[in-house]
Design a binder for this molecule. Structure first.
Ligand SMILES: *[C@@H]1O[C@H](CO)[C@@H](O)[C@H](O)[C@H]1NC(C)=O
Ligand SMILES: *[C@@H]1O[C@H](CO)[C@@H](O)[C@H](O)[C@H]1NC(C)=O
Ligand SMILES: *[C@@H]1O[C@H](CO)[C@@H](O)[C@H](O)[C@H]1NC(C)=O
Ligand SMILES: *[C@@H]1O[C@H](CO)[C@@H](O)[C@H](O)[C@H]1NC(C)=O
Ligand SMILES: *[C@@H]1O[C@H](CO)[C@@H](O)[C@H](O)[C@H]1NC(C)=O
Ligand SMILES: *[C@@H]1O[C@H](CO)[C@@H](O)[C@H](O)[C@H]1NC(C)=O
Ligand SMILES: *[C@@H]1O[C@H](CO)[C@@H](O)[C@H](O)[C@H]1NC(C)=O
Length: 788
C-alpha cells in the first residue's frame, strides 16, 4: 500500500476542497414528501423510534405531505417511504381554540379538526420539524429515542365575549388509517398527564400489536380536562375504554386538556412511547427528556450531533456540482438511517440480550442497496440489524422478509434476508454468529412454513424436485398467494446462491447443492419467446422467461405485462407470474451469473440492445427497486460507459431535490441509497464482494471506514459539472493503472485511492473479458476472488 502517495493525494484534495465541514445543511427531509415518495419528513434520531411530525389527510403514509392536504394532528411514531397502508401515527395531539371556550364547540373528530397549514411555515431539518396552522397555532417538535417533545405556540386571541381563549389540546385514540381495535385513555389533571394504550393493525402484515403512550403537558396551568367521544366531550369521567362493536364499528374518541394561556402562548407536550407498557412509556419520557420546559434546544442539538456523526464518514469535494445535487445526495443518505428503527428494549415478544430492530419495510426493497450502503457507512448498526434478524429467526422460527410494528409483514418474492446475510458475510461484518446465519438460511431453503405469505418460501417440493416454481403449482404443504412463479424462481435462485456463499465460507459440504440450485433460473428461459408492444409492434427481441406448468409445458405471460406500459401487478392487485415488475424487467435478474444470461440472450451486443430498449421504451419502472441493478448491468457486457450514461439519464430527471423528487416510494431509504451509491460512483451487486465503478457525480468522494478508520477516495480527473465528461478513459488504483470495471469491499476497509480520468466519449477502459465483473459461470467462486 503506497502510503506516501495517499498522503500526497489528500493534500491535493484538501487544497481544492469546497465541502463544508458539516454537511447537515444539505439534508432536506422534505424531498419525497409528495408524488408518492411517502418519506417521513419529521424529527428523528438515526434509527429512532420516536418520529414526531404533522399528520395530514392526503398522502399520509409517512404522516406528513406537501401535497396541499390538511393537518389532522401531530403524532409520535411513523415509518418512512413505505408503500402499504399508512403506518402507525398513533395518539395524535391536536391544538386548537374552541369557540366561546366551550368544549362542545371544539373540533374533535379527524375530519372536523383537519386544518390547512401555511406552506411557507414548514421548517424541516434533521431533528426538527415545525409548521403553522391556519388560525395561527405554531407547532414545533423534536425527538429523543423513544419520546417526542412538542412546543405549541397559541396566538393571542379573545372569544366573542372578550374572554381570553384557552388553548386546548386533544388526544385521539387512533392511528393514521384508523386500524385501532380497542384502546384506553386516562386523564390526570393534577399531574397534567394523559396516558393510555391501544391495539392496532400492522400496515402491511399479519396480526396486531399494542402501543402505549404517556403525554405530559407543562408550562401552562390546566383549566379543564376530560374525555371526548365523536363530537361531544365532558370533564367527567377521566377514563375511557373503546372497542370495536357491531359491524366493526369505529368510534372516534380520546382525551383532552385545556389551559390558561401563558404569556408566551407556549404549551409544551412531552410524549413518551413504548410497545411494552404505559409505565415504560412514562419512564422513557422521564429518562430521555427530564426537563421538558428547557430541553427542547438541547434535544435538537443532540439530534443534529448524532446525524452529523452518522454522516461524518463521507466527505465530498463538489467540484462545482450544484447545490441541488448535493441536497439530493445528502438527503438520500440521511433517509437510509431513518429505518429500520432501533427498538431494543421495546420488544414485548421475547426476552433477549440481542438488539431488536423493527421496520424492515421491506427487505425486498432494502437488500439491493440500502443494507449494502449501511455496511460501508455504519457497519456497527448494520451488524446489529443482522443480529436482530437472526434473533428474530431464533425466537419466531423464521427470518423476516418484511417486518413492521412487531408483526410479520407480507413476503413479496424470495427470502431476501438471505442476501442481506450473504452481503454481510462477504464484507466481513463483525459480531455475527455465522453458524446461526447458516441455519436460518438453510431453514428458508429447505422447510416450507404452513403460512408462507409472511415467512419462508412456498413451493419448496417443486423447487427441489423440478428445479423451478411451477405456474399453478400443486402445493399442499403451505399456504400463500399462488402467483409470481417466475419472479419467485429468479429470487429463490439468487437466495440459494447467497446461501451457498455462506455455506462454503464456513466449510459446509452442502454449499454445492445450493450452488446448483442457484442455476434454476435457466429452467424458465424460453428461447423462442417473442415480445410485442400493445400496438402490435414487435420489440424485435426473442428469448424471455416464461411460466412453466408442473408437467413441464410452457404457460404464457406477455413479457410487457406488469410493466409501466401495462397494468400494475402486486400481491392483491392483478397478481401475476412476476411481482410488481414485468418479465422484461425480471429478464435482468440473475445477479450471480450475468455472463451466462448474456449468452442466453445472444451475446453482449444483443444484451446491450435489450438494456437500451428496456430503459428507453417505457418498460423500465424507475420507481421501483427491481430496476436498480439494470441501470448498471452494461458493465457485464463490457460497456461501463453506458451504465454511467444511463445513471445520468435518471439523475436528476427522476431523482432530484424537489419535494416530489422521487419516482416512487422511498421504501425506508431504498431509493435514497440508490441515489447515494450512484452519485458516489460505485454500485453494489448485493451479496457479492463487487462494486461496479462509475464516475462520481462530484469531483471526489472520500469515505472513512468507521471501524478500520481507513479512508477510501474515488476521484474524477477532468471532472465536468455539466456532466459531458462521464466516460472513464483510464483508472488508477493507489497510483497504479487499474483496468477492471469493478472493485471489492477492501477498497473501503483498506482505504484505497481510485482515480478516474474522464472524457466525453466511451473508451476501451474495462472492456476486455478479464476486466468484467465476475459471474458464476466464469468458473470463479466469488468468495475466492482477489483484487488484481
Ligand atoms: C382543508 O380544509 C379547508 C378548510 O376546512 C377546506 O376548505 C379544504 O377543502 C381542505 N382541503 C383538502 C385538500 O381537503
Ligand atoms: C383488544 O383487541 C385485541 C385484538 O383484537 C384483542 O385480542 C384484545 O383482547 C382486545 N382487548 C380488550 C381489552 O378488549
Ligand atoms: C391498557 O390500559 C388499561 C387502563 O390502565 C389497562 O387496564 C389495560 O390492561 C392496558 N392494556 C394493556 C394491554 O396493557
Ligand atoms: C475479510 O477478512 C479476511 C480475513 O481477515 C480477509 O482476507 C479478506 O480480504 C476480508 N474481506 C474483505 C472484503 O474485506
Ligand atoms: C407503437 O408504439 C411504439 C412505442 O410507443 C411506437 O414507437 C410505434 O411507432 C408504434 N407503432 C405503431 C404502428 O403505432
Ligand atoms: C400440462 O398442463 C397444462 C395445464 O394444466 C395443460 O394445459 C397442458 O396440456 C399439459 N400438457 C401436457 C403435455 O399434458
Ligand atoms: C424530479 O423528480 C421527479 C420524480 O421523479 C420528476 O417527476 C420531476 O420531473 C423531476 N424534476 C426535475 C426538475 O427534473
Amino acid at each position: 500500500m503506497p502510503l506516501l502517495q495517499a498522503g500526497v493525494f489528500s493534500l491535493l484534495l484538501a487544497s481544492t476542497a469546497t465541502a463544508t465541514k458539516d454537511d447537515l445543511i444539505h439534508v432536506n427531509p422534505l424531498i419525497g414528501s409528495t408524488n408518492g415518495g411517502n418519506v417521513f419528513a419529521g424529527a428523528s434520531l438515526p434509527y429512532g423510534l420516536a418520529k414526531p411530525v404533522a399528520d395530514v389527510d392526503g398522502q399520509n403514509t409517512g404522516g406528513f405531505s406537501t401535497d396541499g392536504s390538511n393537518v389532522t394532528g401531530f403524532s409520535q411514531m411513523h415509518d418512512s417511504g413505505t408503500g402499504g397502508n399508512p403506518s402507525m401515527g398513533q395518539f395524535p395531539l391536536f391544538p386548537q381554540y374552541c369557540a366561546g371556550n366551550v368544549v362542545d364547540n371544539c373540533k374533535f373528530p379527524k375530519t372536523a379538526r383537519a386544518t390547512p397549514y401555511k406552506m411557507a411555515s414548514v421548517d424541516a431539518k434533521p431533528g426538527y420539524f415545525a409548521l403553522e396552522l391556519e388560525g395561527g397555532v405554531r407547532a414545533e417538535m423534536t425527538a429523543s429515542r423513544r419520546a417526542a417533545l412538542y412546543r405549541f405556540t397559541f396566538p393571542e386571541g379573545k372569544t366573542a365575549n372578550g374572554e381570553v381563549f384557552d388553548p386546548l389540546i386533544s388526544l385521539d385514540l387512533t392511528d393514521l388509517w384508523d386500524s385501532r381495535q380497542n384502546a384506553t385513555v386516562s386523564v390526570d389533571p393534577e399531574a397534567g398527564r394523559i396516558e393510555g394504550n391501544g391495539t392496532f393493525l400492522p400496515s402491511f402484515g399479519a396480526g396486531y400489536y399494542q402501543a402505549f403512550f404517556c403525554a405530559d403537558f407543562v408550562g401552562a396551568k390546566v383549566r379543564d380536562s376530560g374525555i371526548w367521544v365523536n363530537d361531544r366531550a365532558g370533564s367527567e369521567p377521566k377514563e375511557l375504554f373503546v372497542t370495536r362493536g357491531f359491524n366493526n364499528f369505529y368510534l372516534q374518541a380520546g382525551g383532552y386538556m385545556s389551559f390558561e394561556r401563558p404569556d408566551d402562548g407556549v404549551v409544551t407536550a412531552r410524549v413518551g412511547v413504548s410497545f411494552v407498557s404505559t409505565d415504560q412509556a412514562c419512564s422513557n419520557a422521564e429518562k430521555e427528556i427530564s426537563d421538558p420546559l428547557n430541553d427542547f434546544g438541547k434535544l435538537q442539538q443532540t439530534a443534529e450531533d448524532e446525524w452529523s456523526e452518522k454522516l461524518s464518514p463521507i466527505k465530498v469535494t463538489s467540484g462545482g456540482a450544484s447545490n441541488d445535487m448535493l441536497e439530493a445526495f445528502w438527503s438520500g443518505i440521511y433517509r437510509t438511517m431513518l429505518s429500520p428503527q432501533d427498538m431494543t428494549g421495546e420488544n414485548p415478544l421475547w426476552q433477549s440480550d440481542e438488539p431488536y430492530f423493527d421496520s424492515f419495510y421491506c427487505l425486498w426493497d432494502g437488500f439491493r442497496s440500502q443494507h449494502p450502503f449501511l455496511t460501508i457507512l455504519d457497519p456497527q448498526a448494520e451488524s446489529r440489524m443482522v443480529r436482530s434478524l437472526l434473533d428474530t429467526f431464533k425466537h419466531v422460527g423464521w427470518l423476516p422478509d418484511c417486518r413492521m410494528s412487531l408483526c410479520k409483514g407480507w413476503t413479496q418474492g424470495g427470502s431476501n434476508a438471505d442476501v442481506v446475510l450473504a452481503d454481510g458475510y462477504v464484507k466481513n461484518l463483525t459480531g455475527i454468529d455465522w453458524e446461526l446465519a447458516y441455519n436460518a438460511m438453510v431453514n428458508d431453503a429447505e422447510n416450507e412454513p404452513l403460512e408462507w405469505s409472511d415467512e419462508g418460501r412456498g413451493g419448496l417440493q417443486s423447487w427441489k424436485r423440478l428445479n423451478y416454481i411451477p405456474y399453478l403449482d400443486f402445493d399442499y404443504l403451505g399456504f400463500g398467494t399462488n402467483s409470481r412463479s417466475i419472479s419467485r424462481t429468479l429470487e429463490y435462485a439468487y437466495n440459494d446462491y447467497s446461501l451457498s456463499i455462506v455455506a462454503k465460507g464456513i466449510g459446509k459440504q452442502d454449499h454445492t447443492k445450493y450452488l446448483s440450485r442457484a442455476g434454476n433460473w435457466q429452467n424458465l428461459f424460453k428461447e423462442d419467446q417473442t415480445s410485442f408492444l400493445g400496438n402490435g409492434t414487435d420489440t424485435g427481441f426473442t428469448g424471455f422467461f416464461q411460466p412453466k406448468y408442473l408437467n413441464g409445458t410452457w404457460g404464457f405471460q406477455d413479457p410487457i405485462a406488469c410493466s409501466p406500459l401495462a397494468t400494475f401487478c402486486s400481491l392483491t392487485t392483478n397478481p401475476s407470474e412476476t411481482f410488481e415488475s414485468s418479465i422484461w424487467e425480471y429478464l435482468f435478474y440473475v445477479p450471480h451469473d450475468i455472463a451466462k444470461l448474456i449468452k442466453f440472450v445472444g451475446g453482449s451486443d444483443e444484451f446491450v440492445a435489450r438494456l437500451d430498449y428496456f430503459h428507453e421504451s417505457g418498460l423500465a419502472d424507475i420507481g421501483n427497486e427491481p430496476v436498480f441493478l439494470t441501470v448498471y448491468e452494461y458493465h457485464y457486457a463490457g460497456r461501463p460507459g453506458l451504465s454511467a450514461r444511463r445513471a445520468h439519464s435518471y439523475i436528476p430527471s427522476s431523482f432530484n431535490a424537489t419535494n416530489g423528487g422521487l419516482p416512487g416510494n422511498d421504501d425506508s431509504g431504498a431509493m435514497g441509497s440508490f441515489l447515494a451509491w450512484s452519485m458516489i460512483g460505485l454500485f453494489p451487486n448485493p451479496g457479492q464482494n463487487v462494486y461496479l465503478i462509475n464516475p462520481p457525480f462530484f469531483e471526489a468522494v472520500e469515505i472513512t471506514h468507521p471501524e478500520t478508520k481507513q479512508t477510501a477516495t474515488i476521484r474524477n480527473v477532468n471532472f465536468d459539472k455539466s456532466y459531458k465528461n462521464i466516460y472513464i478513459q483510464s483508472a488508477k488504483l493507489n497510483g497504479k493503472p487499474y483496468t477492471k470495471s469493478w472493485i471489492g469491499h477492501e477498497f473501503f476497509t483498506e482505504g484505497m485511492m481510485l482515480e478516474l480520468t474522464l472524457g466525453d466519449k466511451e473508451s476501451k477502459w474495462a472492456t476486455s473479458k478479464e476486466d468484467l465483473p465476475p459471474s458464476l459461470s466464469d468458473g470463479i467462486a466469488q468468495d475466492e476472488m482477489q483484487l488484481a
